[in-house]
Design a protein. Structure first.
Length: 217
């Protein structure tokens, strides 16, 4: 069924929209020009069939990731989010490869919570996120910073603090933005914690991070 889906997507190619979508992503990748609602509609039957199998088809994920058009990486990331309950810590190395391959914020931000939800709570994932928070690759750092998004009361503040401390004094936009996002998100649950973190580490935080973090304080 995957090959049929791939053929369907190529048949739906829209050159005008493809140019617009590629330009929005700074021409990092070619596009078919299929908007998100249409793409998700086309994938509905495939995802339903795959979920019934109750295991991750990594061959399909890798097939999709290898295709040149960006929509296929979106489908792979959406598939993993739908199937995240079947992921285990043994899948971390494969997920890491996806994060650092054809990397940009769109796929990375789709994968971060999927990775964070692997059999939560999971010490192996916590340890991996600490390691990724110090990686040379900025996208691994971004996933580590944002993998606890939307956890609310289930956020692990000690883990969050250690990851953020590993990313002070950054000049990289995508890291500083991610730090602002996770602090802003957690401020809805624990505003005093966020205020204290900002006050104690203000010298190492960018103005971008502080501005994002303080949005709801």
């Amino acid at each position: 069924m995957l090959e049929q889906l791939i053929i369907q997507l190529y048949q739906k190619k829209n050159t005008r929209q493809a140019v617009q979508m590629a330009a929005y992503m700074r021409n990092q990748f070619p596009f078919l020009g299929i908007r998100t609602p249409e793409r998700k509609k086309l994938c509905t039957a495939y995802f339903k069939q795959e979920k019934a199998k109750k295991h991750i088809d990594w061959q399909a994920v890798e097939r999709l990731w290898a295709l040149p058009e960006r929509e296929f990486q979106y489908i792979a990331a959406d598939y993993l989010r739908i199937m995240q309950s079947f992921l285990t810590e043994q899948d971390l190395s494969r997920l890491q490869k996806l994060v650092i391959t054809k990397s940009w914020w769109d796929t990375v931000d789709n994968l971060d919570q999927t990775i964070g939800n692997i059999r939560f709570p999971c010490q192996t994932v916590d340890d991996a996120m600490l390691a990724w928070s110090k990686a040379d690759n900025i996208w691994l750092r971004r996933v580590a910073i944002n993998h606890q998004l939307l956890r609310k009361e289930n956020t692990k503040p000690d883990l969050l603090k250690r990851i953020l401390l590993n990313n002070l004094n950054q000049t990289e936009f995508f890291i500083n933005k991610a730090m602002g996002w996770i602090l802003r998100d957690y401020s809805k649950t624990n505003p005093e914690w966020v205020r204290t973190f900002i006050a104690e580490n203000k010298a190492g935080l960018s103005q971008l991070t502080i501005r994002e973090a303080e949005k709801y304080l």
